[in-house]
Design a binder for this molecule. Structure first.
Ligand code: PXL
Length: 273
């Protein structure tokens, strides 16, 4: 049975970073919420720009912690959200601030996109953030959507090269956290299909869609977790939300923005249903 949210339209909050070009991050979340008929609010954690003169390297400006805390106080003061998404927090300090606010507000249906690093960043960059996310935010999450790299980090597995490995990672992450898992294979697993593994402690379901190219599209992961959040806010079950979000992401990747000066293609939320 699905239950409907008290607010109409359903409301969702994202706690996320700005990615200036607009395919990923908080912009992706808000566009996804809108496209799926959900009223979106945002607490901004960091502001990401790139350096066009230096191979489009990431430049990350953290929002001061008191400003993040004030945004969270406002958002939770204003609305009883149907669901809340966590995207890029960016630092142990932001994780601490967010944990404090979540522990006080106890929002329903917390979806964690465990963003450790962005494409193109060095893995070593994120170790302290990785530890803090695992220790503080993951135990609060109801749903988590790790990509290939994040599944390795959160499951402790040494390699994920097959569907069976991905399923094992989903099981381990569920067992450790109690959160429903959608572990994303994306273009990292060989084969014709982009495969994601859903696991909620009882049901293990492998979601498939034909791969669209072999290069990751910026914003696909953010939009997937945002679509799950939107569907949960509207009253979907976790499995229904995962299935609908997968369809949304497949459409947005097919309709991706190409041919810009950016070194990546961008997900287009407007293409998706
Ligand atoms: O796609 C991961 C991601 C999430 N959030 C922000 C980002 C990125 C990648 O660039 O900038 C703010």
């Amino acid at each position: 049975m699905t239950e409907t949210s008290a607010l109409s339209p359903a409301h969702a909050l994202t706690i996320a970073g700005s990615e200036v070009t607009g395919g990923a991050g908080a912009q992706a979340d808000l566009k996804t919420f809108q496209q799926l008929g959900v009223f979106g609010s945002l607490a901004l954690t960091v502001i990401v720009s790139f350096d066009p003169a230096n191979d489009w390297g990431h430049r990350v400006f953290p929002v001061p912690q008191d400003v993040l805390a004030e945004q969270l106080e406002t958002a939770f003061g204003a609305f009883d959200f149907g669901a809340v998404k966590i995207g890029m927090l960016g630092s142990p300090a932001a994780i601490e601030t967010t944990t404090t606010a979540l522990t006080a507000a106890r929002p329903k249906r917390l979806v964690l996109d465990p963003v450790l690093i962005c494409k193109g960043q060095e893995p070593g960059h994120a170790l302290d953030t990785d530890q803090a996310l695992k220790a503080q935010i993951l135990p609060l999450a109801d749903f988590v959507t790790p990509n290939h790299f994040e599944s390795l980090a959160l499951s402790g597995m040494e390699e994920i090269t097959t569907e069976e490995h991905l399923a094992e990672a989903a099981r381990r992450i569920y067992d450790a956290s109690g959160a429903v898992v959608l572990a994303k294979g994306g273009v990292r697993l060989a084969g014709e299909d982009a495969v994601d593994v859903f696991y909620d402690g009882e049901q293990l379901d492998v979601l498939r869609a034909p791969k669209v190219g072999n290069v990751p599209v910026s914003g696909a992961g953010c939009s997937l977790a945002a679509a799950i959040t939107a569907e949960l806010a509207k009253g979907a079950t976790p499995h229904e939300a995962a299935v609908r979000a997968k369809a949304f992401v497949t459409a947005g990747i097919r309709g991706r923005v190409t041919g810009t000066r950016l070194p990546f293609d961008s997900f287009w939320q407007g293409a998706a249903v």
